[in-house]
Design a protein around this ligand. Structure first.
Ligand code: NAD
Ligand code: WQD
Length: 338
């Protein structure tokens, strides 16, 4: 099959590109490099020994996307394209709604024009909000999101669901990711946030290479064994392999399906600090700070549906995640700018 990765030069897209190529699929990547660089795809080519059709394209722009769809026939689209910084989305909500919703509407319109019916969407565990109890199951009602970024994901899920209801030819797979961390085992590709990292693991790895002085742990007074929040961290290559299964599923089924992609095992912030120290041998200096606005105490998946229906489970453990995150960061202390 040929798969279009919209936003495919980013962190999850570039790892999924490797998994798809290794599974024998062809890929096309379209990205405007709002939060990535073409270097990631060059390195995907280096890892796989295969060449990739790469387009600099804005997914909100119909002409750009027609050019991409006209180049080669596409069987399935994966929609990774979006802005994802939670804090920035609170400060600039309109920018987030404009970009994220527009990418979705433009993709759906151009797919309809070009007769492409299958799409896999990068959603997030954030759509469960804070009303549901862990572990989160796909059958739960979505909750109230704590920030505009989360609302864009919730709204985009609704847009895709309605589009599939109206068109019996359509296949929509909504993937709710938990907390992807780690990197490809080669250390050639990995997470390369611009500016101060928002997420825990890139912050830790930047402390480890000396780019940041210390980690601030956001609160140790939660009702958990060590007082810090618990999350379902998943190796990005496990997540990438989940996309291969989702793409194959989307090509064979109609209608909308939702899948959690997580491990089902929670770790606290301090568990991650300890596991990273063990994997890297580097001591991570940290201080306890106040809680971060919008954080939920606990977030982890019931991952049984993906196992039953897609035949997918996460295989890599927390040691692999920490080792591979460190391998990437230590080989590329300044990310793709090295
Ligand atoms: P990322 O920022 O590395 O990748 C997103 C890519 O989309 C980037 O390459 C960016 O340049 C591109 N992009 C943004 N707007 C675009 C536009 N208008 N046109 C073309 N390209 C555009 O982020 P990621 O971590 O790889 O996340 C991929 C997707 O998964 C995103 O939609 C994100 O919201 C979602 N997601 C991520 C996480 C996470 O923790 N990383 C968790 C849940 C969901
Ligand atoms: C993990 C834990 C923090 C940084 C976010 C989005 C979510 C999804 C994944 C896209 C939390 C703590 C963090 C730091 C810390 N993204 N932490 N110090 O918040 O679970 O999820 O990314 O869809 O929508 O909200 O991930 O990595 O930011 O935080 O103590 O410097 O680490 O409080 O408990 P989060 P995260």
């Amino acid at each position: 099959m040929r798969v279009l990765l919209a936003g495919g030069a980013g962190y999850i897209g570039s790892h999924t590109a490797v998994a798809l190529l290794e599974a024998g699929h062809d890929i096309v990547v379209a990205d405007n490099y709002a939060n990535s660089s073409a270097e990631a795809i060059r390195r995907v080519e280096e890892i796989t020994g295969k060449s990739v059709d790469l387009f600099e394209a804005d997914v909100t722009n119909h002409e750009d996307m027609r050019r991409v769809f006209d180049a080669k026939p596409i069987d399935v689209v994966i929609h990774f394209a979006g802005l994802k910084a939670v804090g920035e989305s609170v400060e600039k909500p309109v920018k987030y709604y404009r970009n994220n919703i527009d990418t979705t509407l433009t993709l759906l319109e151009v797919m309809a024009e070009k007769g492409v019916h299958n799409i896999v969407f990068s959603s997030s565990a954030t759509v469960y909000g804070d009303e549901n109890d862990v572990p989160y199951v796909e059958t739960m009602k979505k909750g109230s999101c704590t920030n505009p970024y989360g609302w864009t994901k919730s709204m985009m899920e609704q847009i895709f669901t309605d589009a599939a209801k109206a068109d019996p030819e359509m296949s929509v797979v909504l993937l709710r990711y938990f907390n992807p961390i780690g990197a490809h085992e080669s250390g050639l590709i990995g997470e390369d946030p611009q500016g101060i990292p928002n997420n825990l693991m890139p912050y830790i790895t930047q402390v480890a290479v000396g780019r940041r002085d210390h980690l601030t742990v956001f609160g140790d007074d939660y009702d958990t064994p060590d007082g810090t929040c618990r999350r379902d961290y998943i190796h990005v290559m496990d997540l990438a392999e989940g996309h291969v299964k989702a793409v194959e599923y989307a090509a064979e089924h109609k209608g909308t399906e939702i899948f959690n992609l997580g491990t089902g095992t929670p770790y606290s912030v301090l568990d991650i600090v300890k596991a990273f120290r063990k994997a890297s041998g580097v001591e991570i200096k940290y201080e306890i700070g106040p809680r971060r606005a919008g954080d939920v105490q606990d977030c982890w998946a019931d991952a049984t549906k993906a196992e039953k229906v897609l035949g997918w489970t996460a295989k890599r453990g927390i040691e692999d995640m920490c080792r591979d995150a460190w391998n990437w960061q230590s080989k590329n202390p300044n990310g793709y700018r090295d």
